[in-house]
Design a protein around this ligand. Sequence first.
Ligand code: FAD
Ligand code: DHB
Length: 393
Amino acid sequence: MRTQVGIIGSGPSGLLLSQLLHLNGIDSVILEAKSRSHVEGRIRAGVLEQGTVDLLRTAGVNERMDQNGIIHGGFSLAFSGRQQRIDMQKLTGGKTIMIYGQTEVTKDLIDVRLEAGARIEFECPAVDIEDYDSRAPCIIFEKEGKTRELVCDFIAGCDGYHGISRKTIPQDKILLFEKVYPFGWLGILSDVPPIDEELVYAHHERGFALCSMRSNTRSRYYVQCSLDDHVDNWTDDKFWDELRYRLPKSLADKVITGPRLEMSIAPLRSFVSEPMRFGNMFLAGDASHIVPPTGAKGLNLAASDIYYLSRALTAFYSEDRKDLLDRYSEVCLRRVWKAIRFSWWFTSMMHKTDEDAIHQRLQISELDYLSSSVASRTSMAENYVGLPFEPFA
Ligand code: FAD
Ligand code: DHB
């Protein structure tokens, strides 16, 4: 098989890249290890920054998103029994976020790609990468028990944290930065109305909690849990009790409970690999960086990488320009590190840790400062709605 851009992974990064390239007349093939139903069923992020929403509109995958997505102009921080609203819209000159699940984004992208006749090879794991720094890099993959080759001009490694593309790079050519947090998030999805119109991030001495949603009738809630915890330890009732316990009374009283549609535990990690380009292979999204979910940045960073990569590849094919490909890694990493910083800061402020007693006082002091300082809230709002993309043309 041959194509212009060989994409490994059909998560949001790989699918969005394939669609944006297609709109610019560039051919791609996506290799995906899992089945279509598995990819479409994974419950993950729920918050889209304005830049991500705009990019999905540019990609022409906005019909369902614009019908069903919910625009939010603010969110709340709950701590010490009270609630502080962060008025993002006012503090950022009108910017907002949209609540629309990653699951739906993925479904929309797969639909639009397949309708356009795209080649997405599900259940075809990439097992090796050859000659990524040559003019004809090759992805070795498996299909129906047989080994095959995909030869391309460029490889896009969009295969997530556990993928193969980053792991192909010799250790002396890549720098890795990692922090693993000593706790996880236990999440529940349930067909019950959310407690509030907006998201609530709660600090509590028993641990962090987050009240989110997918629609006016479907809620997504999380509670901080220990790393060795297991979903089997949690009945639905136990989850709802723990959630209520961690919220101010006025909010706890509004929790409507119901059976789980899904429950899962996610570990928290900050991770960056540098650079994001190796010869003619480019890494994007979780393949290159992971943020703890607190800032809702994972999916949005994947989208901003693809914004830059799609532009760089388009400039190469349509204008014979290599300069944007050369700048890709540097430009992405500048934005990545700012999101890593914000997510680490927000995570550190909100979660219970075993650190000294001073740590908890500092958390409350930081939250107090946010309540009393417009400058502090403005900084938080500007990061939460998403920092702007750099000009890249
Ligand atoms: P992924 O979505 O990971 O896609 C990578 C794809 O590559 C997968 O489909 C995988 O099957 C495929 N793949 C892997 N290896 C191979 C191979 N060898 N060959 C072919 N295909 C391969 N972010 C938030 O902001 N909020 C959240 O609440 C949140 N929750 C999360 C929960 C979990 C369990 C995880 C894992 C992530 C979560 N994230 C969250 C992060 C967000 O979902 C990711 O940042 C986003 O999915 C990144 O998209 P991606 O396309 O780069 O990677
Ligand atoms: C959701 C997840 C997040 O990590 C976050 O910060 C906000 C919302 C969610 O799944 O809805």
